[in-house]
Design a protein around this ligand. Structure first.
Ligand code: ADP
Length: 271
């Protein structure tokens, strides 16, 4: 949960760390809010957010997915919601779209006429979009809200951390020193904001040979060291895998049980 002590507006905004001046929609009851984060773009944060939401939903939980990666939104495709829209109910609420599994989704792409149009906004606009997603979306009752966080440690990430009472974050990384260095910045940001870090998921960790099953570590392996150095658990390793890539078409199932096991571990970890 965000803490006023680390906030640059401490003492000036007149609110508590519960909401940081951004009101929760009084119609919502959200039990746990899980941020999926990475300092770097393109590492699989959205894919892992979508898979986590799907895994939770399969277990019967009520699940929402907030796409806070405003300029690089992928939740609509990952949830099979192309052509669908979120809309206002005329009462100040945004009604999220719901996918075929019953996962509620909010993303700027659900409000755009054309998904190919870029969002060319300054930081303040991007941040206010995220706070509206939080304060205006009518989630109703949710067991879990998964937030696909923006990449990096900039304005919008800060807004999510300060405005939304995150239960904790899962950090996504790749087994490469350069990515590790950038992800460590995000880890440190979460610590500075006093947000619990559940642990690391190493994506694109290996490729499994379809003939003999041998695991080939294309990038090498640096995340285990990073987890050790940073004192955070390594929660799982995901392969570079065609089923995971195909999720971006909004369909498909994961056939490799080792992948499903990683998400089972994530569900157990977030509790
Ligand atoms: P991010 O949200 O970090 O920008 P994405 O989840 O959008 O990353 O993933 C970037 C690209 O890599 C997407 O095209 C996605 O389908 C693909 N991808 C992510 N993880 C995997 C994986 N484990 N195996 C194969 N493709 C993946």
């Amino acid at each position: 949960m965000s803490d006023c002590n680390s906030c640059p507006s401490k003492g000036k905004c007149g609110s508590s760390s519960e909401s940081c001046g951004v009101k929760n929609n009084p119609n919502n009851k959200v039990k746990k809010i899980i941020g999926v984060m990475s300092g770097k773009g393109g590492v699989g944060k959205s894919t892992i957010s979508a898979m986590l939401a799907k895994t939770l939903r399969k277990k019967g939980y009520k699940v929402g997915l907030m796409d806070a990666d405003i300029t690089g939104p992928s939740a609509v495709r990952l949830m099979g919601l192309q052509g669908e829209h979120a809309y206002g109910d005329g009462d100040g609420n945004i009604i999220p779209a719901e996918n075929k599994d019953g996962i509620k989704v909010i993303s700027l792409n659900l409000m755009m006429e054309d998904e190919n149009q870029p969002v060319i906004w300054r930081g303040a606009m991007l941040s206010s979009c995220v706070t509206q997603f939080w304060s205006e979306t009518l989630w109703g009752e949710l067991d879990y809200l998964v937030i696909d966080m923006p990449p990096g440690t900039g304005d919008v990430t800060l807004t999510v951390m300060q405005s939304i009472p995150l239960s904790g974050v899962i950090m996504v990384t790749l087994p490469q020193d350069m990515v590790g260095m950038i992800v460590t910045k995000s880890l440190n940001m979460a610590r500075m904001m006093k947000i619990p870090v559940y642990g690391l998921v190493q994506n694109m960790s290996y490729v499994k040979c379809p003939h003999c099953g041998e695991k080939i570590n294309i990038f090498g392996d640096s995340t285990a060291n990073m987890a050790l150095e940073q004192g955070v658990p390594l929660l799982g390793e995901l392969p570079t895998n065609a089923d995971l890539a195909a999720l971006s078409t909004g369909s498909g199932e994961i056939s490799d049980p080792e992948i499903s096991d990683v998400f089972e571990t994530l569900v157990k970890t977030i509790g």
